[in-house]
Write a protein that binds this ligand. Structure first.
Ligand SMILES: C[S@@+](CC[C@H](N)C(=O)[O-])C[C@H]1O[C@@H](n2cnc3c(N)ncnc32)[C@H](O)[C@@H]1O
Length: 371
């Protein structure tokens, strides 16, 4: 049986009745949960709580939204100005989530949640539009198939379900592991595509402590049960840096494994990261000092910051470090006007004190945090 078929069947059953083998205990915010319909609460197949990274005004995209629990929690946090989009490929899960939409809209105060049908690894293609197309144009021979392929290509370009750079925060709760191995990289690239520059991701998922053997991966019940499709914990983190996310952090790592299978531990983690603003690297004479406690830290752009040294950085890096990690870095702006240079200091270049002496400092001890 294909991975997708086993996942579809498993979660159609999960929409119909509670599947206790898919439930992983999670400590959600009880106040936000208190207004959710009992069925949505009961059919919880998540393993973490990415909703705690939602901010007021965010446009949130929830990948693999299931019964809609994270969407309805997020809807309370984004407020009137924000919006929440849940994406799932399973019609039964979508019907379940949508069946509470108007009730939740009146409880929350407005209808700020929508549910869409798509593969999360192909967020441009609206599968409800595909279903309608196939009703009108059944594919029964190779000519139909090639016409369908052309139509899909045009649809993705003309009417993408989720547009480029349109989302402030992508969340997901226990879904990435379910996507076919060959599609996992494409999935990460899709997530990167839809997040706006400066936007964030908060992804809860199951990871393994060692690579999962092929034999376990081939077991459809283990795969659809959120076990054997799990990435090894290091590969999970690297998957985000490889597509261009910055500040990738293991925000949560459950000490207690959710399951142990043939000696391998499978546990829930939450990774947070952000997408850089993509502005040009222009040197305007800024410096940062890494406060410690480690002797040195390195970033994913290849820069390193020895503790206590005044290190030259471009304006983009200066803003990113001070916006995200004010408790770790002291920022020093140049004293007076400095001729801008299209130049990124090579890693570890010191900024002489004479160039920044008297410049405005940016220094804060409390955390602004990434997500
Ligand atoms: C483990 S459940 C998690 C549901 C929900 N996030 C929660 O916290 O309860 C996985 C959900 O992801 C959906 N799903 C799995 N693979 C998917 C894919 N490739 N594209 C879209 N949805 C997918 C399933 O239909 C199911 O609703």
């Amino acid at each position: 049986m294909s991975v997708e078929k086993s996942v579809l069947e498993r979660y159609s059953k999960g929409a119909e009745s509670v599947q206790s083998s898919l439930c992983c205990p999670v400590d959600y915010d009880s106040e936000l949960m208190s207004i959710l319909p009992q069925e949505v609460v009961d059919k919880d197949y998540g393993c973490g709580d990415p909703s705690r990274y939602v901010q007021k005004g965010d446009v949130v995209l929830d990948l693999g939204s299931g019964s809609g629990k994270i969407c309805y929690i997020a809807a309370q946090l984004v407020g009137e100005e924000g919006a929440v989009i849940g994406v799932d490929m399973n019609d039964d899960m979508l019907s379940l989530a949508r069946s509470y939409q108007s009730e939740m809209a009146s409880r929350i105060g407005s209808d700020r949640v929508s549910f869409r049908k798509a593969h999360i690894q192909d967020l441009k293609l609206d599968l409800e539009v595909v279903d309608r197309y196939l009703t009108d144009h059944p594919v029964i021979n190779s000519v139909d198939l090639s016409r369908f392929d052309t139509w899909k290509f045009e649809q993705r370009n003309k009417a993408p379900l989720v547009a480029d750079s349109s989302v402030d925060l992508v969340v997901s709760n226990c879904v990435l592991n379910l996507v076919e191995e060959s599609d996992k990289r494409i999935l990460l690239e899709e997530i990167f595509r839809v997040v706006r520059p400066g936007g964030r991701v908060a992804i809860s998922d199951i990871v393994s402590d060692a690579p999962v053997p092929q034999r376990l991966k081939a077991d459809p019940a283990l795969w659809s049960g959120c076990i054997s499709g799990a990435l090894q914990e290091e590969s999970f983190v690297n998957a985000f840096t490889e597509v261009g996310f910055q500040g990738v952090s293991l925000a949560k790592w459950d000490a207690k494994p959710w399951q142990t299978v043939e000696g391998l531990e499978f546990r829930s983690v939450t990774v947070t990261a952000y997408k850089g603003k993509g502005t040009e690297c222009i040197d305007r004479g800024h410096a940062v000092i890494y406060r410690g406690p480690f002797s040195q830290v390195n970033d994913d752009d290849g820069h390193y910051y020895p503790r206590g040294q005044r290190i030259a950085v471009c304006e983009r890096t200066f803003e990113a470090l001070l916006d995200r990690y004010p408790e770790n870095f002291i920022g020093i702006r140049p004293h007076g006007e400095v001729e801008p240079k299209m130049w990124c200091a090579s890693a570890g270049t010191r900024r002489p004190a004479s160039e920044t002496r008297g410049g405005e400092h940016r220094s804060r001890e409390s955390s602004g945090g990434c997500c």
